[in-house]
Design a protein around this ligand. Structure first.
Ligand SMILES: C[S@@+](CC[C@H](N)C(=O)[O-])C[C@H]1O[C@@H](n2cnc3c(N)ncnc32)[C@H](O)[C@@H]1O
Length: 275
């Protein structure tokens, strides 16, 4: 299967998943509308973006149906979200209207951004949790980030650590078993029953994902002209990636006490130089 067909299959999955996610307990849309500040970012993301984005023009890449985009607005930003799923963008606009939190949502592929996403226009480009695995190639992703940042603007990402990719996330037992090469280049295929946020017993399609090493992540950003300012690693992640993971503080998950700690999440901040 060629890469374009894999991306088309992923797009179909996200159209379907959006319909499942909006009414899900996992996202709790009604709770968000009732009190948007009752479910702030987890401690990793909030440590990354800070608590005051006043006056910042923010672009949220792969924004899904916009909840995290609207959280940027609650912190003071003027925010734009980009996602390739028309269902997600429509749901994001609806959530913005229902919550009374203004934001702009644009439909488009982060690898080939639409012309309506202005260049050199954002002080902050942000993306988080479950994003780069959907992208076959990080070079165009990094170029989108660099071209949309204003000179002096910063890119911030919180994402699953590349080391975690090597483990079998479908194993029943709590042990971590190495299944995948850290340097794997081929697309991985998953038959999806429901989704991570909506565990229904129905096959909704096949998703396709790609691993990316730290060298690729950092290298793509550097080659796009950004200057890396900070990289951090955490023994916690936002979802239960393997069955043995246990819930720790703040809804984040970690390995059980009898296992050595591993990096499960990284955050990174990179700046577009002025001039
Ligand atoms: C796991 S979600 C991001 C979740 C977000 N952190 C949240 O919790 O709401 C990944 C998003 O990436 C979007 N996506 C996947 N591939 C994309 C692409 N090539 N361009 C733009 N959006 C894409 C999907 O539509 C989906 O909304």
């Amino acid at each position: 299967m060629d890469t374009a067909s894999r991306i088309a299959a992923n797009h179909a999955i996200w159209q379907r998943w959006t319909a499942l996610h909006v009414p899900s307990d996992f996202y709790d849309v009604e709770g968000f509308i009732a009190d948007p500040d009752s479910s702030p970012y987890d401690s990793i993301v909030s440590g990354l973006v800070g608590d005051d984005l006043s006056g910042q023009r923010a672009l949220h890449l792969q924004c899904h149906f916009g909840m995290d985009t609207l959280r940027l607005v609650r912190l003071g930003a003027e925010a734009t979200g980009l996602d390739f799923s028309s269902a997600a963008v429509e749901a994001a606009r609806d959530l913005s209207a229902r919550s009374g939190i203004p934001a702009t949502f644009i439909e488009g592929n982060v690898l080939e951004p639409p012309a309506e996403l202005p260049e050199n226009a954002f002080d902050l480009v942000f993306t988080s949790w479950g994003v780069i695995s959907w992208l076959p190639d990080l070079e165009p992703w990094a170029r989108t980030i660099a071209s949309r940042l204003a000179p002096g603007g910063v890119f911030k990402i919180a994402e699953m650590h590349p080391t975690l990719w090597i483990f079998d996330d479908e194993a029943e037992d709590p042990e971590l078993r190495i299944k995948y090469s850290y340097f794997g280049r081929d697309a991985l295929e998953w038959e999806e029953r429901g989704s991570y946020a909506a565990p229904i017993d129905e096959v909704v399609g096949t998703s396709h994902s790609w691993q990316h090493t730290f060298e690729e992540i950092i290298g793509s950003l550097v080659r796009a002209g950004l200057v890396i300012e900070e990289v951090r690693e955490f023994p916690l992640i936002a979802w239960q990636y393997t069955p043995g993971m246990v819930e720790r503080e703040d809804g984040l998950f970690g390995l059980p006490d009898d296992m050595p700690e591993l990096p499960l999440t990284f955050t990174l901040t990179a700046r577009k130089p002025v001039g």
